[in-house]
Design a protein around this ligand. Structure first.
Ligand SMILES: Nc1nc2c(c(=O)[nH]1)N[C@H]1C(S)=C(S)[C@@H](COP(=O)(O)OP(=O)(O)OC[C@H]3O[C@@H](n4cnc5c(N)ncnc54)[C@H](O)[C@@H]3O)O[C@H]1N2
Ligand code: MOO
Length: 392
């Protein structure tokens, strides 16, 4: 069995180079920019007033002034400036050439068209043309486009940007015991939950999830499912990964010419994980136990989707302080479902007593996966440990 780190390297090696596509800004948040975005505008495009008040000449500040016009946002004043005059002005409005100071209206006495400055502000209250950004200025490719960057791209008058195409992830759950949510399960049947949970993880990571119809435990049904995944960037199968008589995924994938990257990882839960490539489609074969499937989804599927999107694939490890003693670990790296509580410094982390990989209700209560390396010695309350925060 290979280690989790080695398995992750091999999974990430399945990611093709991100495919560029041009999308409207409304579709770009959270995606990686693949080409420089070059501003088409200068901002502000003119010297702009930072306050509501009056534009005037610094040289005239000590005398009474005549108000000869108004400049409002979107409505510049088009008159001719003269010494001894002022322009009524509002925030964001162009400061007419010939005036170099804006005084706040709170600092002005006005009588008809005559004003005098009662208090003089320290600065000029003018935002010079181009002080935010200028035409030709570029946002470099790479990284995840933030909300502020989406706003900046819009201000730069770039309604479309080139980002990585969202990978299409086909999700194939299988098993004779499974029926979809809403159906009435016959004796021996349960509701299929993994496909929906994994689809949510796909969307969280930025992919497009395509849930395929549930497959039966027959080669014909599973083959039909594999065929439906044709054209997807990634096929994620769930269940049928182990050694039982009905665990057919490995056989079918091999029959279809899968170039296998690995089968089985020193990981708990999730040991029977499989990865490889069938033609142009990357494949992850996840174990069927709900917690195992989700853990593999967080540890391997989401990083692979992020890599396909040109984003940093690495999962962030955070630190917390154990609230209880833990026994020594076995030979597999262990991801324990745990709750986090704020502490004085680092948060306190408490794993659930029951770590059964079928207990989805506990997974749903968990804040984090506490990471214990293979063969980790016993730990004491107060020890610092790593965890992966689970998305809510
Ligand atoms: N003799 C051995 N038995 C098992 C081993 C082993 O090494 N030797 N490994 C165990 C481990 S660890 C895991 S994990 C599971 C993995 O099994 P499969 O991937 O073959 O999954 P299934 O047998 O199909 O299902 C396991 C479990 O999960 C339920 N399931 C499956 N799909 C769904 C779904 N879409 N929604 C909800 N629940 C699902 C299924 O009903 C089973 O209860 O194998 C162990 N056995
Ligand atoms: O590897 Mo299994 O996922 O422990 O239940």
């Amino acid at each position: 069995m290979i280690t989790v780190a080695e398995a992750l390297d091999r999974v990430l090696a399945l990611a093709p180079a991100p495919v560029p596509e041009t999308v409207p800004l409304t579709e770009a948040h959270g995606r990686a920019l693949l080409a420089p975005a070059v501003s088409r505008l200068t901002q502000p495009p003119f010297d702009a007033s930072a306050m509501d008040g009056y534009a005037m000449r610094t040289a005239d500040l000590d005398q009474a002034l005549e108000v000869i016009g108004t400049s409002a946002a979107g409505h510049p004043w088009a008159g001719t400036p003269r010494p001894g005059t002022a322009i009524r002005i509002f925030t964001g409005a162009p400061v007419p050439a010939g005036y170099d100071h804006v005084e706040l209206q709170e600092n002005i006495d006005r009588d008809g068209d005559r004003i005098t400055v009662t208090t003089r502000s320290r600065g000029a209250n003018i935002r010079p043309r181009g002080n935010d950004f200028a035409t030709g200025q570029a946002i470099a490719p790479g990284g995840r486009l933030s909300a502020a960057q989406i706003g900046l791209l819009a201000a730069m008058n770039l309604p479309d940007v080139t980002v990585a195409r969202r990978p299409i992830v086909a999700i194939l759950a299988g098993g004779d015991e499974l029926v979809p949510p809403g159906a009435i399960p016959a004796p021996g049947q349960i509701i299929s939950s993994n496909d929906l949970a994994l689809a949510a993880l796909v969307r969280d990571a930025g992919g497009i999830a395509k849930i395929l119809p549930l497959a039966r435990d027959t080669e014909a049904s599973l083959r039909a499912g594999f065929a439906e995944a044709e054209g997807a960037d990634l096929l994620v199968t769930i269940g049928g990964a182990s050694v039982g008589d009905h665990d057919l995924i490995g056989k079918i994938a091999a029959d279809l010419g899968m170039d296998q990257a690995f089968y089985k990882v020193a990981l708990r839960p999730g040991k029977p994980l499989m990865a490889g490539r069938i033609g142009k489609t990357a494949m992850l074969g996840l174990p069927g136990n709900p917690v195992s499937a989700m853990t593999c989804g967080v540890l391997f599927m989401q990083p692979l989707i992020r890599a396909m999107l040109g984003l940093d694939p690495q999962t962030i490890l955070q630190q917390a302080v154990l609230t209880c003693d833990l026994p020594p670990e076995g030979a597999r790296q262990h991801y324990l479902r745990a709750t986090l509580r704020p502490g004085t410094g680092l948060p306190g982390i408490t794993p659930f007593d029951d770590q059964d990989s079928a207990r989805l209700a506990l997974m749903a209560q968990a804040d984090a996966l506490l990471v214990r390396p293979a063969l980790d010695p016993a730990r004491k309350a107060g020890d610092q440990v790593d965890h992966i925060a689970l998305p809510r």
